[in-house]
Design a protein around this ligand. Structure first.
Ligand code: ATP
Length: 450
């Protein structure tokens, strides 16, 4: 595996306008990132594809968009005030922080030294710190437990009302369960889908956007008959659907796997959980969790559902698919990165690529070519997110578009002026075809659909 890959991705993201460090001109702020002009397109495309497959393509799921700040009682009832915690150990010598569970996990699974952990024979006594030295175990503090919810204070007069930025978007779906059932008359099994920001006071933010303090989640809470058989059936179904979704958008299957949570690892709300993991240069890493939450949430919020046919009141169980928008964005970027001696390419699925098409005049100093190219660009913009480039030579323009993943580049040349055809160059194969201007939109649409 290319160990410098992350550095290359981080540099490309900054250079080409995908992702910048948050508040950079003031020295940044740990755990926060800003998406630039291309990053916001990529992220929006991922969210749009998710919404399409989870809401528009189905009859049994509806969407909501709940507020980020909720009545603090929500977090008390859901168990987050008590149990949404991470244990932290700190090195007394250099103050590097370790999440206890990550540290233990490394100790169990890593055959050789990786990340913060020394090679196996030394696991028991020493660890590797950010000062580049191995320190003795005894220099680690005892684990201390921290709550991950971010506190905010509302109002202008004292005492201000303490509230929390939501630590997961999930609870918004539960507190609106009754509203959704009453206003839509939807019947179980059904789901509530939502995309939105969540905030966690992470104690070890890092690996670029992978562990941030502000991030977006895309979640489905799917309500089923309250019994083990139904729950297992839907759990299995959703697991497969979600994995397939990433593969259908071009993610390399060999880099994906499920990882089942052990009994001691399960979150406070979960009866069962499996993560979808990607093999990043920093190891196999979770970017979506499929959870069987049982009746934990609805019973904590004292919510029930009435079966119209039988008149019976019941508390449905919940199967949840909880994906990270930022982690998916990062892994789509990493997975699509390709380089050889000649070029760097983001082989993003055309549905995800920030620009679908770029239009160039062969020569920028020939007004008739420029005018024709601008006309085609203006026309294509009605159907696609497109870009126009008249700088440098054609080779440089291809290079620049490859690096940001634009799947199709159109060049207007002298032949265009004669017969209204253009060359269209395909990013992945670098092959060129001659296409009639009138057929361009349908040509591109057809290719994007695949
Ligand atoms: P981890 O064990 O890595 O802290 P988690 O198991 O706490 O993650 P969940 O609570 O299951 O994560 O959240 C669902 C999804 O939300 C994760 O799979 C991930 O994609 C995303 N997510 C969670 N925490 C973060 C974070 N700090 N930064 C970016 N994305 C996150």
């Amino acid at each position: 595996m290319d160990t410098n890959l992350m550095e290359k991705i981080v540099a490309l993201c900054k250079r080409r306008g995908f992702i910048y460090p948050g508040s950079e001109i003031y020295g940044g702020i740990t755990g926060f990132w800003d998406y630039g002009p291309l990053g916001v397109e990529l992220k929006n495309n991922i969210k749009r594809e998710w919404w399409k497959s989870m809401v528009y393509d189905r009859d049994d799921v509806v969407g909501i968009d709940a507020a980020i700040i909720m009545n603090p009682e929500v977090w008390k009832s859901s168990g987050h005030l008590e149990a949404f915690t991470d244990p932290l150990r700190e090195c007394k010598l250099c103050h590097q922080r370790f999440r206890e569970d990550h540290f233990r996990e490394f100790l169990k699974h890593v055959p050789k030294g990786v990340g913060n952990v020394a090679p196996r024979k030394e696991f028991v006594s020493i660890f590797y710190c950010k000062d580049g030295k191995y320190h003795k175990w005894e220099n680690l503090t005892e684990p201390k437990v921290f709550n991950l919810l971010t506190e905010v204070f509302l109002g202008v007069t004292e005492p201000k009302q303490k509230a929390y930025l939501r630590g997961e978007i999930t609870q918004g779906a539960f507190v609106n369960f009754k509203n959704v059932v009453d206003s839509t008359r939807i019947k179980i099994p059904f789901g509530i889908a939502q995309i939105g920001k969540a905030f966690r006071n992470e104690i070890t933010p890092g690996n670029f956007t992978f562990r941030s303090r502000e991030f977006e989640q895309m979640e489905l809470e799917f309500f089923v008959e309250p019994n083990e058989k139904e729950a297992v059936r839907w759990f299995t179904k959703w697991k497969e659907e979600r994995m397939q979704w990433y593969v259908s958008l071009g993610m390399n299957e060999e880099k994906l796997r499920f990882r089942k949570h052990g009994d001691t690892e399960l979150a406070h709300y979960a009866k069962a959980a499996e993560d979808i993991e990607y093999e990043a240069s920093f190891g196999w890493s979770e970017f979506e969790g499929i959870h069987n939450r049982g009746d934990w949430d609805l019973s904590k919020h004292k919510l029930t559902y009435k079966d119209e046919e039988t008149g019976k009141e019941l508390t449905p169980w919940v199967i949840e698919t909880s994906g990270g928008v930022d982690r998916s964005t990062l892994f789509f970027l990493i997975d699509s990165y390709f380089e050889d001696a000649k070029r760097v390419v983001l082989k993003l699925h055309p549905k995800l690529a920030p620009y679908k098409v770029a239009v160039f005049p062969l020569l920028a100093n020939k007004p008739e070519l420029v005018e024709k190219a601008k006309g085609i660009y203006k026309d294509l913009k009605k159907s696609f997110v497109a870009t126009y480039d008249g700088r440098g030579n054609i080779g440089k323009r291809y290079f620049a578009q490859d690096e940001i993943g634009t799947p199709f580049c159109i060049t207007v040349d002298f032949e265009t002026l004669e017969n209204d055809t253009v060359t269209i160059r395909i990013r992945d194969t670098m092959k060129q075809e001659r296409v009639k201007i009138d057929n361009l939109t349908s040509y591109i649409l057809e290719k994007i659909k695949k």
